[in-house]
Design a protein around this ligand. Structure first.
Ligand code: CMC
Length: 429
């Protein structure tokens, strides 16, 4: 494997069998044991629920050091990217591996505008969903529907077609998200405009009405760019793994992303941003603001309740995205001159978590979803759209991961094994 440094071998011995397994490190010195020969040589497989110890690929896209709280896309620190870039630059970076120069930025921006309209027949799909439909379900359906409207681009081997698909997905999914919202509140949809940039366009489609002459607020645009950058990729997380698993069977990019959207919807994953707000609201209404009681419930092993927006599989220190989101939440509220009792409550919960040995000893800190929902709320985005915002931000990451999977020389169909524990052969009579 040319991209890694071989360190030596690890010996696995069981009864009379012994096997030497190669050990290697990646560019950030993370070590791995290569077990590909394990079953062939020993007849055994590994058992690793949740893939906690399993590396499924070599990847050039995103690096996380969960102990130190580091996150980098293509080598750039998340703090720098969030501070200095527009979301579309980061999308370009993830997909193409380099930040765009001015000309590339302008061209990409223009392509995103060119592809922003959805086929009119797709627009009518929205009429068939009930008003209370969760927009994540609608968004997933729209993603896979793109493959029915643009089947001519299904040949995964054509690189130029991939560029079309990338812009189409990024642009049209944003349009679909805004349409889903408009439908849910019974307002007429607002078409995308070629005069507006990516984030402004989304905000205009969300908030313009025939009677309000909506003007995009630069504070909100800046915050949206930053939030989408924070969401843009997170290496082999649940939804990215789903996208790659579906793609590994040869399914097209739209179908793969549609599945990823469904995975992200789960409350343990991206759906947590909606659940954080709902949890904070319940603390006020049902627990009368008693944070101590809520913390005790979260620690009680007989109570299924968990603190939403707290804990992470990889981060065992403060999630670097949560740091940016927390500061941004404060800035947006201050700049818009709004206060929100839920933000004060969230800080109270955070302080209780940071002071409690249950959470500290398990490395449980606020994650990205703890403060992003509060920021979206300050920007006027409704609660059931929070995970949709996460999905729009994550699309470039899913695409980059899918492309890397498609081009992986070691790539094979994703197909874990199992240890069967059911009945042994039984007779029918
Ligand atoms: N509240 C209370 N206890 C928790 C929490 C929590 N939020 N999270 C983990 N724990 C405990 C868990 O009970 C276990 O305790 P013990 O060792 O005594 O059995 C220990 O911490 C390890 O937890 P785990 O479930 O084995 O950890 P995991 O890596 O499988 O799960 C997680 C990670 C994010 C699903 C989990 O921390 C969680 O459910 N958090 C709340 C949901 C959430 O905020 N999700 C968003 C994740 S960040 C955005 C994203 O990736 O999409």
């Amino acid at each position: 494997m040319s991209k890694v440094n071989e360190l030596g071998t690890a010996k696995l011995t069981y009864e009379d069998k012994s096997i030497d397994l190669p050990v290697f490190v990646g560019s950030e010195q993370e070590a791995a044991v290569d077990i590909r020969a394990l079953r062939k040589e020993t007849g055994m497989i590994t058992y690793d629920p949740g893939f906690v110890n399993t590396g499924c690929c070599l990847s050039d896209i995103t690096f996380i050091d969960g102990e130190k709280g580091i996150l980098r896309y293509r080598g750039y620190d998340i703090n720098d990217l969030a501070e200095k870039c527009e979301f579309i630059d980061v999308a370009y970076l993830l997909v193409h591996g380099v930040l765009p120069n001015k000309e590339q930025h302008d061209e990409f921006s223009q392509h995103l505008n060119t592809h922003s309209l959805m086929h009119e027949d797709m627009r009518h799909f929205f009429d068939a969903y009930p008003d209370h439909a969760h927009p994540m379900a609608t968004l997933s359906a729209m993603a896979v529907s793109l493959s029915t409207f643009y089947p001519e681009l299904d040949d995964v081997s054509l690189q130029e077609n991939i560029d079309f698909k990338v812009t189409r997905l990024l642009s049209k999914m944003r349009t679909a998200a805004a349409f889903a919202y408009k439908k849910s509140i019974g307002h007429p949809i607002v078409y995308p405009s070629h005069d507006l940039k990516y984030c402004e366009n989304f905000l205009n489609m969300m908030f313009h009405t025939p009677v309000n002459n909506y003007q995009v607020d630069p504070v909100v645009t800046k915050a949206l760019n930053k939030l989408l950058i924070l969401h843009a990729d997170h290496e082999q997380n649940c939804s990215a793994s789903v996208v790659k698993m579906v793609g590994s069977a040869g399914a097209n990019l739209y179908a793969s992303i549609s599945a990823g959207i469904c995975a992200l919807w789960g409350p343990l994953h991206g759906g947590a941003n909606q659940h954080v707000i709902e949890m904070l609201e319940r603390i006020i209404v049902e627990d009368k603001g008693d944070v101590k009681r809520v913390i005790e419930r979260a620690k009680d092993k007989n109570d299924p309740f968990r603190l939403m927006g707290v804990g992470h599989r990889v981060y065992k220190s403060y999630d670097p995205r949560a740091k940016v989101a927390k500061q941004m939440c404060k800035d947006v509220l201050a700049q818009m001159g709004v206060s929100d009792p839920l933000v004060d409550l969230a800080q109270e919960v955070e302080e209780a978590v940071l002071a409690d040995d249950y959470f500290v000893s398990r490395g449980l800190y606020p994650n990205i979803d703890f403060y992003t929902g509060l920021t979206y709320r300050a920007m006027g985005i409704p609660t059931n759209m929070f995970t949709v915002m996460f999905a729009i931000g994550r699309i470039p990451g899913w695409i980059a991961q899918w492309l890397e999977m498609r081009d992986d020389p070691h790539g094979r169909i994703g197909r874990p094994r199992q240890i069967y524990t059911g009945p042994t052969q039984r007779s029918m009579s």
